[in-house]
Design a protein around this ligand. Sequence first.
Ligand SMILES: Nc1nc2c(c(=O)[nH]1)N[C@H]1C(S)=C(S)[C@@H](COP(=O)(O)O)O[C@H]1N2
Ligand SMILES: [Mo]
Length: 266
Amino acid sequence: MAIKPIPGEVPWEAAVISTTQWRGVPLREVLQAVGVQAEAHYVAFSSLDETQFEGETVHFGSSIALEKAFSPDVLLAYAMNDEPLAPEHGFPLRVIVPGYIGARSVKWLGEITLQEHPSTNPYQARDYKLFPPEITAQTVDWSHEKPIEDLTLNAVITTPQEGETRAAGPTRIQGYAISAEGTPVERVELSIDAGKTWTPATIVERADPYAWCFWEVIVSLLPGDCQLIVRAWDASKQTQPEDIRPLWNFKGYMNKAWHRVHIHLF
Ligand SMILES: Nc1nc2c(c(=O)[nH]1)N[C@H]1C(S)=C(S)[C@@H](COP(=O)(O)O)O[C@H]1N2
Ligand SMILES: [Mo]
């Protein structure tokens, strides 16, 4: 959005994320119970709800590779935060694919299919794909890219919010960071001088390896306008890109550039 509009798409901002405690049956126990034939390479899920996709009525669906489906953490979930699944979160049964984007975690589960190929459901085959900046909704060839699966390293400032006014002086900056499966967030840093120097933040709370962690740092801010920038590093010593422009895509997905918040101090 900051680079170019994303017509007809959701302005995701930094907020389409949550953390929940799930309880359910590991999918692999069900797969082991029914048996998996050699030609099955994908597990496809289809839901009971009907949605509109480009004017067509479809059931929401997704698929994951068999290898991921055998991860002990992929669940057929029936409880959320120690309560029965709420209707809007997929009652009575939903899939939870931790480490993957939410779209793979099919709610109101209706059917599980073992198959040779990925799901042809439009939400798997025609959506949630990442294209280079020069591709638009008009020029896209959906068969060209693979579906988005894993999350990537990212960090977000949640306090203060964009445009806030605060008193100058020591200021507590807080946010979350998240990483891809297997490479935990190792360091979070804040810059108040456009990325020239960085102050390490403290990671104050880590939950499950799949979930976000919370960080905070106190910096001394002078009166005037200020840009806060955050970036994270992961256990494989990777960090986030500075520049958002090469990441722009017409669906508005996977912005992992340094997160910037502009505030005013008096
Ligand atoms: N049946 C069904 N499952 C679905 C969806 C949907 O529209 N229908 N949306 C998906 C998307 S895009 C996301 S991000 C998550 C959201 O799950 P939540 O509502 O529990 O946060 O559900 C996924 N599963
Ligand atoms: Mo989503």
